[in-house]
Design a binder for this molecule. Structure first.
Ligand code: AQP
Length: 347
């Protein structure tokens, strides 16, 4: 049986990229899991604090993310859904893994290298300066490996941007098994989605992101139809009037076509060129209207569900607490084995 695990940071309401690229697939995996499979989704607060967060805001975002995942269709009766920061075994295992992970492995991570580059060239409006390059940010991929390994996960649905981190988790699992001569941890496999990366509506050279400064760059799952229409009408494209699908040369238009396809079908093999051709002779405004309608059809039921769920914080806390209990049971079993293996079990 498979143990499927993935996580998301409580750094803001999920956007269309998080939904189409990750959460929608999580729901599908949950609903198609075989008997005996375990499906685990985790809100990773300890990852969020690797960058500065306002404490009051973070508390709210953790509840918002829980409500968002439930609104998108994660069902706590089918999936183990919980907050990482309520399960101390994650950080306990991370420390032990820190002690077998060469620093060189982490220095090679492209996420770290790009943050380093930004910080070194920091201007006044840059998001990261050198003081933010903390040890937690550097060691983040080890905590991610611990998140996966604490549940002995076998399958991890994450986007291509996470491939390097997942390979690192495999290296760490292998290093642990090798050092202690024990096959305690299975090799976690990446479960990729065929979903195209959703790009920023303001700058198609960037992906859509929770933390980008402009609200207009992303569509949130809580946006109402008027907001969605306005953001898509304002999406940056290019000056060519003809509509063609050329994701490299025309990323703005390509992004609209791929969002249209993703919202109207879950079929991964959908022919995006053909969709582009079907708009021949029509205006970009027509395409944008169709994209807005398709996004609204997908997002609006989720928004309504979110509003209903978010109005019940005590129920949300019950869901999180029930998840915590189950997650701790699993995690403490692994931790006991790990501590026995390492020589830290008894006094
Ligand atoms: N634009 C995107 N298109 C497709 N998938 C995306 N994901 C993120 N952005 C896009 C996928 O969403 C999952 C959860 O992401 P995360 O919260 O762990 O952080 P992230 O990848 O760094 O996403 P954000 O939205 O850009 O958040 P911030 O701004 O907090 O860093 C992942 O599976 C990711 O692949």
């Amino acid at each position: 049986p498979r143990v499927i695990f993935s996580g998301i940071q409580p750094t803001g309401i999920p956007h269309l990229g998080n939904y189409l690229g990750a959460i929608r697939n999580w729901v599908k995996l949950q609903n198609t899991a075989a008997p005996g499979d375990t499906v685990i989704y985790c809100i990773v607060g300890y990852h969020a604090i690797t960058l500065p967060q306002d404490p009051v805001h973070l508390e709210t975002e953790r509840l918002n993310m829980l409500a968002s995942l439930l609104a998108c269709g994660i069902n706590p009766k089918l999936s183990l859904l919980y907050n990482q920061d309520q399960v101390p075994e994650h950080t306990e295992l991370a420390w032990i893994l820190n002690c077998i992970t060469p620093v060189g492995w982490l220095s090679r991570m492209t996420t770290w290298k790009s943050k380093l580059a930004v910080a070194r060239n920091a201007g006044s409006e840059d998001e990261i300066d050198e003081s933010m390059l903390n040890l937690g940010l550097f060691a983040y991929p080890v905590l991610q490996a611990a998140d996966i390994m604490i549940h002995k996960s076998t399958h991890v649905p994450v986007g291509d941007d996470q491939t390097q981190h997942l390979e690192l988790a495999q290296d760490i699992a292998r290093a642990f098994n090798h050092k202690y001569g024990d096959d305690l941890f299975p090799m976690p496999q990446q479960l990729s989605t065929s979903a195209k990366r959703v790009l920023s509506l303001r700058d198609p050279a960037q992906k859509m992101s929770k933390s980008a400064p402009s609200d207009k760059s992303r569509i949130l799952i809580t946006d109402d139809p008027a907001a969605i229409t306005a953001k898509i009408r304002g999406a940056v494209t290019d000056s060519i009037t003809e509509i063609t699908y050329d994701p490299e040369g025309r990323p703005g238009v390509g992004n609209l076509i791929s969002v249209l396809a993703a919202c109207t079908s879950e079929e991964p093999t959908l022919d995006l060129d053909a969709i582009g051709r079907s708009y021949q002779g029509r205006r970009i405004q027509d395409l944008k209207q169709d994209v807005a309608d398709a996004v609204i059809a997908k997002i609006d039921p989720i928004r309504k569900e979110y509003e209903r769920i978010r109005a019940e914080p005590s129920w949300l806390r019950d869901v999180s607490e029930a998840g915590t209990v189950l997650a701790r049971e699993r995690a403490s079993r692994t931790m006991l084995e790990v501590k026995r293996t390492v020589g830290l079990a008894r006094m």
